[in-house]
Design a protein around this ligand. Structure first.
Ligand SMILES: [Zn+2]
Ligand SMILES: [Zn+2]
Ligand SMILES: [Zn+2]
Length: 462
């Protein structure tokens, strides 16, 4: 056995065999590998070049084609991102350009890239409500059955075909039921109503009753068999002004009015003692709330950010129309075992801040400092409404935060029942977890029951 000798790298105390030292020049293997990595990194930094695939291109359709093209990874190339997000480029499309990129999507579907083709169609449907009536029969022929939102503009013939197919196609029944829910015309509503009264034979193969599928498309059947919309329209985007925008995007093209989001309240959560927070406080006379019957001049949706990530948190209005913690709230099982310190949510947006919502509960100076920091964040509501389904497909990474519009469910649709009257509560808006705090995840959903003047907040994450 030969005697081990120390690695020659300064600060390393590994002992190595003389044979290893002879091969490596005296270094231990971890040091040698580390030095090789560093050298490789220096090489990349010295030789990497920027490639701007968008240089000189102004046509939005061409830009989108490039954005959708798969990139081959090359460590010596750094692709310069386009100045606008994909969402913004889609929104800029003229009617002719929408047709042009739709044709391109169909070509992709006919060739070898079905997924990209479907993505493009989904953007067109969600951001522009572009009808795909002529394309839907071909999609079905190619056995494309999702995303279901693509099928909402199906013709009467296609609808009737799907109403037949759902009885026989065991494999795609789930998808067909959601497609039908999206189509949602009078005939479809009547069919769901008949299924509710007398469940079809195949109903016991489903996880939920057939009429529950309508929730995925944002409506339910009333006791009288009428459709009831479960989200309010129109939809307005909510966003932050300043450097910290959702997904780091510049949103300077949008010039909306100031809106009050994420303002801590003076009340404490009775479960975890965090400050309650006003997720959104909007004047009822704002056009976004034109369909909402609310008694107070403001619709103030308060919640506890910590507790609503575990369980639906309900608020009711006191005699003066101010939100108070609802007596209907039920603490979830096992809740007391959760480490609340771990769960604190920092909405101040000041990353260096050690203050959090919890510390706002304190008194005196600290509270004042924290309040100032919180209030430094400025939010806006878009000046123009957007399509009701704009924020509905979470996986497309649209700007999620909105008042009004179909919810962007991260998981299955989950509208809470009002604890006072047991009616399904209507979705009135949602905030992206990324908007709430840096590196935040998931989505907070806001609901209201107008007859009971109650609000609710729930949360989903992937
Ligand atoms: Zn070493
Ligand atoms: Zn709480
Ligand atoms: Zn109610």
């Amino acid at each position: 056995m030969s005697e081990r000798i120390p690695c020659v790298r300064e600060g390393c105390d590994h002992m190595i065999l003389p044979a290893t030292a002879a091969k490596t020049g005296g270094y231990c293997m971890p040091c040698k590998q580390e030095m090789e990595r560093e050298a490789h990194q220096r090489y990349i930094e010295a030789n990497r070049r920027d490639v701007d695939l968008y240089a000189g291109i102004t046509d939005a359709v061409k830009i989108l084609k490039i954005m959708h093209e798969p990139r081959t990874y090359d460590e010596l190339i750094r692709y310069v991102p386009y100045k606008n997000s994909m969402e913004q480029v889609y929104l800029s499309l003229s009617a002719e350009q929408q047709q042009e990129i739709k044709q391109y999507a169909m070509e992709l579907i006919r060739s070898d890239d079905e997924d990209t083709g479907k993505d493009i169609l989904q953007y067109l449907v969600c951001y522009h409500d572009l009808p795909l009536t002529a394309e839907i029969p071909e999609l079905l022929e190619r056995e494309i059955v999702y995303p279901a939102v693509l099928f909402k503009s199906a013709s009467v013939e296609t609808r009737d075909h799907l109403l037949q197919q759902v009885n026989t196609d065991d494999e795609n029944r789930n998808h067909i039921l959601i497609m039908l829910a999206y189509i949602g015309d009078e005939v479809v509503v009547q069919q769901f109503w008949r299924w509710k009264q007398s469940p079809p034979e195949w109903a016991n193969e489903l996880y939920v009753t057939p009429e529950r599928y309508t929730l995925q498309a944002g409506w339910e059947l009333t006791e009288e068999g009428q459709p009831r919309e479960l989200f309010i329209t129109p939809s307005y985007s909510l966003y932050e002004v300043g450097e910290r925008n959702v997904a780091g995007r510049e949103m300077e093209n949008l010039d909306g009015a100031p809106v009050s989001l994420l303002v801590p309240s003076s009340s404490l959560c009775p479960w975890c003692s965090s400050s309650l927070i006003s997720l959104m406080n909007l004047q009822v006379k704002h056009p976004a709330l034109q369909s909402v019957l609310w008694n107070s001049p403001q619709l103030d949706v308060q919640t506890c950010l910590v507790c609503s990530s575990y369980s639906v948190v309900y608020m009711e209005m006191d005699a003066t129309g101010n939100p108070i913690w609802s007596r209907h709230n039920v603490k979830p099982d096992g809740f007391d075992g959760i480490d609340m310190e771990e769960m604190r949510v920092d909405v101040s947006g000041v990353s260096s801040s050690t203050l959090d919502v919890g510390s706002l509960a304190g008194e005196g100076e600290r509270t004042e400092v924290a309040r100032e920091q919180v209030q430094r964040r400025l939010f806006r509501i878009a000046s123009e409404p957007r399509q009701p389904f704009h924020g509905s497909e979470w996986a497309m990474e649209p700007s999620i935060s909105q008042v009004g519009g179909h919810p962007g469910w991260v998981q299955d649709a989950d509208y809470p029942a009002c604890p006072a009257c047991s009616a399904t509560m209507k979705a009135i808006g949602q905030l992206d977890g990324e908007l709430i705090q840096e590196n935040g995840e998931g989505v907070y959903y806001m609901f209201a029951c107008e007859p009971c003047q109650m609000t609710a907040v729930s949360y989903q994450q992937s």
